[in-house]
Design a protein around this ligand. Structure first.
Ligand code: FAD
Length: 290
């Protein structure tokens, strides 16, 4: 394929794994990995921050650069009490913002991009920033300023958030003028804070794996870490010559699976087949009739 966006790539991969039996647990963080007492072999227990636990002989860590957490507005106590009911740190679905009074906070690319995009279907949209200078792409800033000129959006500078009001959901937002300290309150349905991300390796640091400069050391034969049955693939791992590419992650995972399979089926040959010629695989993937 000559060109594919990241979303198209993800969609294509989801389609490819559709015939396989798997469970997905999204929007939760793996907090602990512990060895499970077992007479014969090494097993691992993975527990997430939602208290889901899984016991497995093999674990693949594909944690990229670790956990990213959206920066919260620093002066608001517990803004997450309105999480998804008027407060968000990312736009997951544009539909949610149709015909709403929206306030976007931030001065970078994300704030500008979403201002231009969500303005198309919003009831009203205000972009709030502490100064009248932006760090985003000049072209997007130009588009945003044209929308201001055409009275399609409000640009509120120099303003910062002062308070969020609401019971069941957000109803109003108070903003403070950075220069005059004057406080104004507006009717609001949705507040989107786009202050960037805090990059943290997170709980991986506690899993007692051999690390090198915030990456997990692996051997390049099996992409196993310093602990048996725990593999690290993709950007999170480190070895001589490592390149952070999607292609590298696929290669590493393919080799790691060989060792993981042998741990589950000791003494058995690892099945190997090309999708070009293996009819069993073709049938499973649904490509036989195409
Ligand atoms: C701007 C940019 C452009 C790029 N373009 C290309 C390109 O054109 N072609 C190419 O091949 N590569 C490209 N890359 C590189 C490519 O994006 C990465 O190599 C690839 O995304 C790595 O995939 P990954 O699964 O290892 O990590 P990621 O895609 O970073 O995914 C890791 C995931 O693990 C999650 N996570 C972390 N810790 C935990 C935890 N404790 N519990 C649960 N989840 C956790 C993270 O939140 C994240 O969702 C680009 C990278 C950048 C930054």
């Amino acid at each position: 394929m000559a060109f594919q966006t990241a979303q198209e790539h993800v969609d294509a991969l989801l389609l490819q794994i559709k015939p396989f039996d798997y469970d997905l647990y999204l929007n939760q963080r793996v907090e602990t990995i512990e060895e499970v007492d077992h007479a014969k072999d090494i097993y691992w227990k993975v527990t997430t921050n939602e208290n889901n636990s899984f016991i497995s002989k093999n674990i693949f860590i594909a944690a990229g650069a670790g956990s990213f957490e959206a920066r919260r507005p620093p002066n608001i106590e517990n803004p997450d009490k309105f999480l998804n009911i008027g407060v968000n740190y990312a736009v997951r679905s544009k539909d949610k913002y149709k015909n709403k009074d929206i306030f976007i906070f931030g001065g970078g690319d994300s704030a500008l991009d979403w201002t231009v995009e969500l303005a198309k279907n919003a009831k009203s949209l205000s972009l709030v920033h502490r100064r009248d200078a932006f760090r985003g792409a000049p072209h997007t800033e130009e588009l945003m300023r044209e929308l201001v000129k055409d009275k399609k959006i409000n640009l509120l500078t120099p303003f910062v958030i002062e308070d969020i009001h609401g019971e069941e959901k957000v109803n109003e937002v108070s903003l403070k003028n950075f220069d005059t300290k004057e406080i104004v309150t507006h009717k609001a349905d949705e507040l989107i804070f786009l202050f960037g991300l805090n990059k943290k390796l997170g709980p991986i640091l506690d899993w007692e794996l051999e690390l090198n400069n915030k990456k997990i050391n692996v051997n390049t034969e099996s992409f196993e870490t310093s602990k048996e049955g725990i593999f690290a693939v993709g950007d999170i791992n480190d070895y001589p010559g490592k390149l952070d590419l999607i292609l590298s992650g696929f290669h590493e995972t393919t080799l790691a699976v060989q060792k993981a399979y042998k741990r589950i089926h000791p003494g058995e040959r690892v099945p190997f087949g090309y999708t070009t010629s293996n009819s069993k695989l073709q049938k499973k993937l649904g490509v036989l009739d195409k």
